[in-house]
Design a protein around this ligand. Structure first.
Ligand code: IPE
Ligand code: IPE
Ligand code: MG
Length: 283
């Protein structure tokens, strides 16, 4: 794990990283980066200062995830609902996005990270949009971690867009009248197609909600909500989240591995089993 080489000998972070089970590192982590405003408020600073501090965390967490061997990291940077905020704050967020993309390209290249946006990014102001596309192009051949930046993102929009794509394709192929949609068809047309589904969904700042993020993809993600505000979410906090994830027992609707096999004498539920017999066997 590359992360170990970077953590100071005898540091708490290093001890925690060493205690992780290498075979159970999540393939995909998704993060709702919340709490910039509250972080600033606590310090008597304008909200902008919180967003600026949040950018530094994006930098650190992208590198730490890449060094941990995470295959995909999806960061919720701006929701389709965030346009409801005051114009000045929204404008500031686009400026910060451009600043991040321009300043961090070299780091993304050094870490072999491929950046891709998800969300209806065509609606961004032209300069932010251009910077985003240019970073996507510049990193498109990188083979390391995939960084999905969710910008002007809404999970419901994403699903609607996927369904409309399926309909358009069927119209072009002339088989609309025979079209039957299945889960694979939808998954493949989501903007996260190509990344494994998130194993771990982290939300900072304590809010127990999903806020229209990756509704389809998180069907079986493990949820980790921390009271830590995003600008305070450092490598140590990330390692705590991964450590917590490794303690979870993922069952995907099945049974726990540690439970004995179901009682063998339960009769098969065939039609031959009468109601009375069935009732007895289930007692
Ligand atoms: C998250 O921090 C950043 C964005 C949504 C862009 P907030 O700005 O939502 O911070 P709080 O929730 O007001 O503290
Ligand atoms: C979710 O945070 C969106 C992002 C982190 C980009 P919000 O602050 O917008 O969520 P709500 O409004 O508290 O649900
Ligand atoms: Mg918020």
């Amino acid at each position: 794990m590359k992360l170990l080489d970077k953590l100071p000998i005898d540091s708490k972070e290093r001890r925690l990283a060493l205690s992780l089970d290498q075979s159970k590192i999540p393939a995909h982590i998704a993060i709702i980066m919340d709490g910039n405003g509250r972080w600033a408020k606590q310090r008597g600073l304008p909200r902008f200062a919180g967003h600026r501090a949040g950018v530094q965390r994006v930098r650190d967490i992208v590198e730490a995830c890449s060094d941990l061997g995470i295959q995909a990291l999806t960061l919720y940077a701006f929701s389709a609902e965030n346009w409801k905020r005051p114009r000045a704050e929204v404008d500031m967020l686009w400026r910060l996005l451009r600043f991040y993309l321009r300043n961090d390209l070299a780091d993304l290249m050094r870490n072999d990270v491929r950046l891709q946006s998800i969300g209806r990014v065509e609606a961004l102001p032209p300069r932010a949009y251009e910077e985003l596309r240019s970073t996507e192009r510049a990193t498109s051949r990188n083979k390391g971690m995939r960084l999905n930046l969710a910008i002007n993102y809404s999970a419901r929009n994403e699903m609607v867009d996927a369904i409309n794509t399926i309909l358009d394709e069927a119209r072009i192929d002339g088989n609309l009248s025979r079209l039957v949609v299945d889960e694979k068809m939808v998954s493949r047309r989501l903007q996260t197609a190509g990344s494994p589904e998130p194993d771990l969904l982290i939300r900072t700042s304590g809010e127990m909600r999903i806020s229209n993020f990756l509704l389809w993809q998180i069907a079986y993600a493990e949820l980790y909500v921390t009271d830590t505000l995003w600008p305070d979410f450092d490598t140590m906090q990330l390692l705590y989240a991964v450590q917590d994830f490794q303690k979870r027992e993922r069952r995907f609707g099945g049974l726990s591995n540690s439970l004995p096999d179901p009682e063998p004498q339960i009769p098969a539920l065939t039609e031959e089993v009468g109601d009375e017999e069935l009732e007895l066997s289930l007692r």
